[in-house]
Write a protein that binds this ligand. Structure first.
Ligand code: FMN
Length: 219
């Protein structure tokens, strides 16, 4: 155990050639800055820069978090899709708030987003489902996500059955497929620094309007 502790202590963080971040010259609202940072992550060829940690809480207040793929972002917010029957789907039905965390390691950049979650129309959810690849649609059609599975052969048979059904019915949309938008009321941009002089810029929505305040935070 002492070896693991030492190994963890010796692992480097915030190495490499890091970008600079000037918080003075930033947009008045966070979506534009997020888009700039996402495009920088794509440009830097960071694998899966659209993968994010989505945190939710159930009625008991206990948090749970998992990685999901960002589907879209616009003035309304950050979008992801999930099955109503999954743990996250049920938690969002209980408590319509989520937090998103992006970490782009080679750039030492983190973005945190918090806010209420809006469930989009069935039509938009269907569009999202139909835009998924064949394998992802077959998996989503399974339902039963996060429920106990007896053995892997059962999974493989169910996936094959789903794929065959989708081949017969290409317009089929998994019942319970939902598209969610996090309408952020707080967004924080964090730029890591080798000397630990990290730069943090936090946006806060003013009331219900599209008006934001922004300010620095201590690292
Ligand atoms: C990179 C990555 C991307 C993922 N994308 C999704 C996704 O888009 N949708 C999804 O339901 N699960 C996705 N998962 C699996 C989830 O992290 C999670 O295991 C699953 O959704 C069950 O979560 P729940 O039990 O909290 O509902 C992804 C996992 C990883 C590592």
């Amino acid at each position: 155990m002492a070896d693991i502790r030492q190994l963890l202590r010796d692992l480097p963080v915030f190495g490499g050639d890091l970008p600079t971040f000037d918080p003075v010259d930033t947009p008045d609202e966070p979506v534009a800055l997020f888009t700039t940072w996402l495009l920088a992550a794509v440009e830097a060829q960071i694998p899966e820069p659209h993968a994010m940690t989505v945190s939710t809480a159930g009625a008991d207040g206990n948090p749970s978090a998992r990685t999901l793929i960002l589907k879209d972002i616009d003035a309304d917010g950050w979008r992801f899709a999930a099955h109503a029957d999954s743990v996250k789907g049920k938690e969002l039905a209980d408590r319509r708030y989520a937090a998103l965390t992006f970490y782009w390691q080679p750039l030492a950049r983190q973005v945190r987003v918090r806010g209420p979650v809006v469930r989009e129309s069935a039509e938009r959810a269907a569009q999202d489902f139909l835009a998924r690849g064949a394998g992802a649609r077959a998996e989503a059609l399974l339902g039963r996500q996060s429920r106990p599975l007896t053995d892997l052969a059962e999974r493989d048979a169910a996936v094959a059955e789903s794929a065959a059904r989708l081949a017969r019915e290409p317009e089929l949309v998994a019942p319970g497929w939902q598209l969610f938008t996090v309408r952020a009321d707080e967004v924080e941009f964090w730029q890591g620094d080798q000397e630990r002089k990290h730069t943090r810029l936090a946006y806060r929505r003013k009331g219900d309007a599209e008006v934001w305040t922004k300010g620095l935070l201590w690292p």
